[in-house]
Design a protein. Structure first.
Length: 662
């Protein structure tokens, strides 16, 4: 710098001009036209040698020299290092701002121009080497320098070192703030065997794809394998990255951060990459561990280089229970841990769910219970299914369900199958081959009001799962192929949610295939065939409810794990239903004759519940006590709603109450 300032002053006809740098006079133009500037004198070789000797001694003593380490990692030669130091000089010493303004012949430009930086580094501007170093050399491909002012000629563009690079050279290891929106929690999860991936990284595998099952964690294995091979792990969420204004630039920042910190990149989900091919190109631009995580087959078009593909194993129920124990701490009972067995979560999801469970317990007084664990596990459910189905928070139990003993045993078997399906179908492989899932499918058939929906809610409550009722209005579409697409969205969304999926009025979708007589029949059969395939690969609990079992295709019936027929209640069942539906919160008149109601009126459970609600309204408008008059009036209204005749022989001694009813 001193040498160049002396050189400029020697040829400056007006060094004291107060308007210097703000205009060009005729003499200045003549000097520019006269020819090239003389070169710089040789550097002070003795001073440079002394600096390098001191650096060598420090390095031999075990001191990490960040500038030398950076040059080695990014492949910089001596000229690149000189350019880097020139570009960052004003960031570490404000005196250089004024010097750059003087040397740029423009007091407002306080960073070195490309021409000035190359001149100080001894590289002629008008040569291929000069352009290459600042256009596509290692300084640029590594995002260590940036050229600003793209509208200016090349020599006049300002050369800038990003703040993160300056901070790194000064000893700051904080991750680039630009990555904050896309960084993921890198909490270590004690799960799985990282040995295959560790061996691959030790063999210099650069790009690895880990395909995850629904309960496995590629991120956990990648973090542990990187740690064992001496790397930090930098986790990026590709979904968030794709939503940023300039994903490619942010990918370059992430790649630079990994090289600065010596970290390996763990990125996912891979499903984002086909729509943003430039992201992987920037992330994998230099040899370093890059682990991509996803749940779909790898698309070879995403990367030009070879990719090592590894499968992540599924976590077992026992492994997840141990993760719950680890995350919740000691002293947690087995019954509390068992409450989460039916939740198919990834290992990192278990840690988040456990934290949520502890917060729930703290809000309720501090003692952790199975209910808190269930709430924590439910907090990991995604919201995608909420847009496609109606969510029901189960609030009824087995004690609220009034069904015959054989039906009750069948329903308990549905819950048993759902609770142990992972062990029987997954670990014991009792349903091998063919891409079959570990789901449970049940059919509930019976007349309207016989308790099919309520039974589903009871099972969901018993399992601690949420219930989603599929709205057929969001499924069936008159256009060819759209119904299948809607169903696929539902099944895909349900795969990421631990819940019970209920198709009410299922015969509308799962109906029998017919003989093909025209195009409508052919497309209807395609829809049924799609459902047959999709049900076999589904891993959750799906319940089909129908009033017309005969309309369900035989192929669906074969794929069902269990079918439950709901009969109309007998007299004893109706007596229990009246008692349960009238509840305990409202007072009852002593003349309330439940035996007569059960004996006289052959109603389904849904009708009894509707009549009980009507009776409660009538009582609320009266004295607040449910009497026989209110119930008879409610039954009369229910008969009219059902289109049934009200006969005196049926109402018996209470016929007068019917005649008085409005």
């Amino acid at each position: 710098m001193r040498a160049l300032v002396r050189l400029r002053r020697a040829g400056d006809p007006a060094p004291d001009d107060p308007f210097r740098g703000l205009y060009l006079d005729d003499a200045a133009v003549d000097r520019l036209l006269a020819g090239s500037r003389p070169g710089l004198p040789d550097q002070d070789s003795e001073r440079a040698a002394a600096v390098e000797a001191a650096a060598d001694a420090a390095e031999e003593a075990g001191v990490a020299l960040r500038l030398r380490d950076l040059a080695a990692v990014f492949g910089l030669d001596e000229v690149d290092v000189e350019l880097l130091l020139v570009a960052m000089a004003a960031d570490v010493d404000p005196r250089f701002e004024g010097l750059f303004g003087y040397l740029n012949d423009d007091v407002s430009r306080r960073r070195p121009s490309a021409a000035l930086a190359l001149e100080l580094a001894g590289v002629p501007l008008g040569t291929p080497e000069g352009h290459a170093r600042l256009l596509h050399g290692p300084l640029v491909t590594g995002s260590l320098v940036e050229l600003e002012d793209p509208d200016r000629p090349f020599g006049g563009r300002a050369v800038r070192v990003p703040d993160r690079v300056v901070a790194h050279l000064l000893g700051d290891d904080a991750v680039d703030a630009a990555l904050a929106p896309v960084l993921m929690d890198g909490t270590d999860v004690p799960w799985g065997d990282p040995a295959p991936l560790t061996r691959a990284l030790e063999a210099d595998a650069v790009l690895v794809y880990l395909r995850e099952p629904p309960t496995g964690s590629g991120r956990a294995l990648a973090a542990e394998a990187l740690r064992l091979t001496g790397h930090r792990a930098l986790h990026l969420d590709l979904r968030m990255l794709a939503r940023q204004p300039d994903p490619g630039r942010l990918a370059r920042v992430a790649a630079r951060e990994a090289r600065l910190s010596g970290a390996g990149l763990v990125v996912g989900p891979a499903a984002v990459l086909p729509d943003h091919p430039q992201v992987l190109r920037h992330l994998a631009a230099e040899p370093r561990p890059l682990v991509v995580v996803g749940d779909r087959p790898w698309d070879p078009a995403c990367a030009p280089q070879p990719v090592l593909q590894l499968r992540v194993p599924e976590s077992t129920t026992a492994e997840r229970r141990e993760m719950w124990r680890f995350a919740l701490g000691g002293g947690v009972g087995g019954d509390v841990l068992a409450a989460a067995d039916q939740f198919r979560l990834r290992p990192e999801d278990v840690l988040r769910a456990a934290r949520s469970a502890r917060l729930q317990a703290a809000a309720d007084g501090g003692r952790l219970t199975a209910t808190h664990v269930i709430r924590g596990a439910r907090s990991e459910n995604g919201a995608a299914l909420d847009r496609l189905a109606r969510r029901v928070d189960p609030a009824v139990t087995w004690a609220d369900l009034v069904v015959p003993p054989p039906v009750l045993r069948s329903l308990e078997e549905v819950a048993l199958r759902a609770r142990h399906r992972e062990r029987v179908l997954g670990e014991w492989r009792m349903r091998p081959g063919g891409g079959r899932g570990i789901g449970v499918a049940a059919l509930f058939a019976g007349d309207s009001g016989t308790g099919k929906t309520m039974a589903t809610e009871v099972i969901a409550h018993d399992l601690g799962l949420e219930l989603y009722v599929v709205d057929l209005a969001t499924v069936v579409d008159k256009y060819v192929g759209e119904t299948e697409k809607n169903l696929e969205r539902i099944f895909t969304a349900a795969a990421g949610v631990n819940a019970v999926l209920l198709f009410d009025e299922a015969d509308a979708v799962f109906g029998k295939r017919s003989e093909v007589k025209d195009a409508h029949d052919r497309y209807a059969n395609v829809e049924s065939a799609y459902l047959l395939q999709r049900m076999e690969s589904f891993d959750g609990l799906i319940i089909l409810a129908t009033n017309l079992r005969a309309n369900i295709d035989d192929a669906f019936t074969r794929r069902l794990d269990i079918a439950v027929d709901f009969p109309l209640p007998d007299e004893a069942g109706r007596r229990a239903l009246w008692d349960a539906c009238l509840g305990r919160a409202v007072r009852r008149d002593p003349d309330l004759d439940l035996e007569f109601l059960a004996r006289a009126f052959e109603l389904a459970g849904g009708s009894i519940r509707a009549a009980s609600v009507t009776a409660a309204y009538l009582a609320a408008a009266d004295a607040g006590v449910i009497a026989m008059a209110h119930v008879i009036g409610a039954v009369h209204r229910e008969y009219r709603k059902l289109g049934r005749l009200c006969l005196e022989s049926e109402f018996g001694p209470y016929w007068s109450l019917v005649q008085e009813a409005p």
